[in-house]
Design a protein around this ligand. Sequence first.
Ligand SMILES: *Cc1c(COP(=O)(O)O)cnc(C)c1O
Length: 404
Amino acid sequence: MSQRKNVPKATSTQLIHHCYEPPAGFKSVVPGIHKASTVIFENTAALRARQWKDKTGYTYGLHGTPSTFTLEERLATLEGGLQTLLTPSGLAAIAMVDMALLSAGDEVLIPDNAYGPNKDLARAELAHWGVTHRFYDPLRADDLAALITPKTKLVWLEAAGSVTLEFPDLIGLLRVARQHSHVVVALDNTWGAGLAFDAFAFDNVDGQAQGADISVHALTKYPSGGADVLMGSITTRTESLHLKLKMTHMRMGLGVGGNDVEAILRGLPTLPLRYAAQDAAARQIAQWWTTRSEVSQVLNPALPGSPGHAHWAQLCRAAAGLVSVVFDQRYGAAHIDAFIDALNLFKIGYSWGGPVSLAVPYHLQAMRALGEVPQGTLVRLAIGLEDPQDLIADLEQALMALKG
Ligand SMILES: *Cc1c(COP(=O)(O)O)cnc(C)c1O
């Protein structure tokens, strides 16, 4: 052994196998970030014995690092669940839940106002794989009840609805699904972010807290807060469901990058403050819109009169930072494009939860089939971290373009 140590090594080798070891005992405010594909074992016995499924050890970067385990544990705490898996995007988390739980012959039920790509996935890949889907009216639990059959294996919930922001009858929908033991309930909890309501405990039956089986979260939005990272998470409250999802997750090879994990870990401590600030600003801006004659409807679950406001008030502590407005039908698409183009602080782009306010126009008729879909063009505003009075002044000046 000692003889081997003395063999002179080339610089290239020494740059890799250097003998310096930093002293132990370094502690900082932020957890250390670990990155790996390869994980090194002490010997072959350790390699054979190592377990990763229960987080007692590390085998390969794809199966977890100290950094991914730390983020998973913090997200499980945020969501009130037991275990969390990380995916490369929010959409990948949705897709993974579908893949893990649905087989040919099964059916999935999705709210009509769900995140669009969730519906597209059902129409394309799930259909190709022999999985059928139907869309239900999220404001009507009886509509969901009428669609559940023995084929139904998965029911998606989303609160509030993407773009149109109706707050569904979550409790009613859950109670309908719970009457069928073969149905798993998955919630897209991106809007609630683990802060507005408890994904796993928004209902109470005989003193027992009830909620979804799975909470999916686009960390891209509020947990990141920076508009610069894509990541998703899947949180569960039972070990058996977690393991089922985890095995699919492993077999699909869905890993996340260490730099991105670091960015989300950095965002988490300020999540409640940012969420509260964007919520307060969105309510202020929603209120301001109600005084404007250019719009026929203002959509924000915390605003009295917004669809599903009573459902929101029943179980939510907060309301995120989104406001949608439906323009009066006297304004055509060209007017509304001119309004959006005239905005200065609001930028034109998808997503939400970042520092910069965003605006996107939507033509609902092409997106929706069920319920009372507003007529006219809708503009969704994602409120950033700018001063709300400055944002209102920006909207006010851009409305001049409508008339011009
Ligand atoms: C953004 C979003 C997703 C998807 O997240 P990505 O990380 O962009 O893939 C899913 N659901 C909702 C409600 C979202 O807003």
